[in-house]
Design a protein around this ligand. Structure first.
Ligand code: ADP
Ligand code: ZN
Length: 433
């Protein structure tokens, strides 16, 4: 498929080096002048903008982590005033405090450009009809894909999540050719289609899936492609970086990361040292053109490799391989990030509950199911079914409101959950991808 922006996407590597360095230098000056937070960080690390002379000098810059975005006051973090902001997005934080990211018009434009390039690389164009079945709202998935697809000139069906039968009806009725959603949701749609006697190959024009926001495997890819007749394309991003950003091309061999916008590194998560090409480690991202919120050497917590070799498709930009794990205990349930500490935070606010809890994640059919078992305090363990049910419902809704996720809550008798001598193992993940 023709690149969306051939000048940049096919640019020789040496020219990309120059372009990237120019943007990196401009970025450090902007950070130093406009982000109080990053200015102080650079001072503390003894780095001045003048120290950044080569691309490798980026390693002199201090890392950023999710906690920074959550805890640093907005007036110290943000590099622009409200006047220049056009949008906010947020994801739920580990202690109920959301991580907020702001965007200027240029931030939104660059984000959409990145997605448009990715969708074109995945084989989509102006004749395509893309159903966006990621959540619209504070989460970045829905609007990210939406703006990118419109930029590409494709037609968007802004379906958002839920109501599978209506999703299928739209796919059929509107002649939808591509769908953007989590891989598990596409599998689920396939199952629902089967139940109502609908066959994707026979009854629809659906040929491409733009699938991300949660880990999946090559095994899942081949199963989906065989069963549904849909080319399954991986897409990656995080709300801190902007949202979904990078897609595989039709070679399906890693997601092209646009060097004019991004500097990608892989580090050893223990030592913080940068690793060599092809080595597996924690992904660290610098967004070179961001105006509103700095994303500089941001530690994503995701584990992957980066392939620097030129792709068969001719694009000269590096390719990010599948995310193979996390450096922390973050779970992704139906595309939503959940830290066990968030669940703990919600539970511990209830005086009726004890200290022990267990999180069980299973894949029922194609979708994830979350069960939270929690011990009652001896004094609150009473034989009143109605009261217990009321408490259970209260906790279920607190979890839903704080984490935006539906969990089944089970209140168990005191002293029935396993105890641990060392580090507690609170999560039982029974999913097989
Ligand atoms: P998103 O809208 O993409 O889910 P979030 O910020 O909520 O953005 O979540 C980002 C996290 O989701 C990433 O750090 C990563 O762990 C996971 N993720 C996103 N896309 C993928 C993917 N294609 N494969 C594996 N994990 C992914
Ligand atoms: Zn390619």
């Amino acid at each position: 498929m023709t690149p969306w922006n051939p000048k940049i996407e096919l640019m020789p590597k040496e020219e990309l080096d120059k372009l990237q360095l120019k943007s990196l230098k401009a970025l450090v000056y902007r950070l130093y002048d406009f982000s109080r937070f990053y200015h102080d960080r650079m001072d503390a690390a003894g780095v001045s903008p003048l120290d950044i002379r080569t691309l490798d000098d980026a390693t002199k810059l201090p890392f950023m982590v999710k906690k920074d975005l959550r805890e640093i006051p907005m007036d110290q973090l943000f590099m622009v005033s409200n006047r220049e902001l056009v949008r906010f997005h947020a994801s739920s934080g580990t202690t109920g405090v959301p991580t907020i990211v702001g965007y200027t018009q240029n931030d939104v434009t660059n984000w959409s450009e990145s997605v448009a390039r990715g969708l074109a690389a995945a084989g989509l164009g102006q004749d395509d009809i893309l159903q966006v079945a990621y959540t619209y709202g504070l989460f970045t998935g829905g609007l990210g894909l939406h703006y990118g697809a419109e930029r590409l000139g494709a037609t968007v069906v802004p379906a958002s999540t839920g109501n599978s039968e209506r999703q299928l009806d739209m796919i059929k009725r509107l002649g939808v050719t591509a769908i953007a959603c989590t891989p598990s949701y596409l599998m689920h749609l396939g199952e629902v289609a089967g139940k109502i006697g609908m066959d994707f190959r026979r009854d629809t024009k659906l040929r491409t899936g733009i699938l991300g926001a949660e880990p999946w495997s090559e095994g899942m890819r081949s199963r989906m492609e065989e069963k549904l007749g849909v080319k399954a394309i991986n897409i990656y991003g995080t709300s801190e970086l902007s949202g979904p950003l990078w897609c595989e091309c039709t070679e399906q061999d890693g997601m092209h990361v646009w060097r004019d916008q991004t500097l990608i590194e892989v580090i050893d998560s223990k030592s913080g040292e940068r690793l060599g090409p092809g080595e597996k480690g924690e992904l660290v991202i610098t967004m070179l053109l961001k105006e509103a919120v700095p994303i500089v050497r941001y530690r994503t917590g995701d584990i992957a490799t980066v392939d620097e070799e030129e792709c068969e498709c001719g694009r000269t930009h590096p390719r990010l391989g599948r995310i193979t794990g996390r450096v922390d205990d973050m779970l992704i349930i139906r595309g939503i990030n959940v830290f066990p500490s968030q669940i703990e935070y919600v539970l511990m606010q209830n005086p009726e509950l004890g200290n022990e809890f267990q999180i069980v994640v299973e894949r029922k059919g194609a979708l994830d199911d979350l069960l939270v078992k929690v011990e009652l305090k001896p004094e609150s363990f009473i034989d009143n079914v109605a009261k217990m049910e009321c408490l259970r419902e209260k906790i279920t809704s607190k979890i839903r409101n704080t984490l935006s996720i539906a969990a089944e809550v089970e209140l168990v008798e005191p002293n029935t959950l396993p105890r641990f001598e060392g580090k507690a193992k609170r999560v039982v993940d029974r999913r097989r991808l």
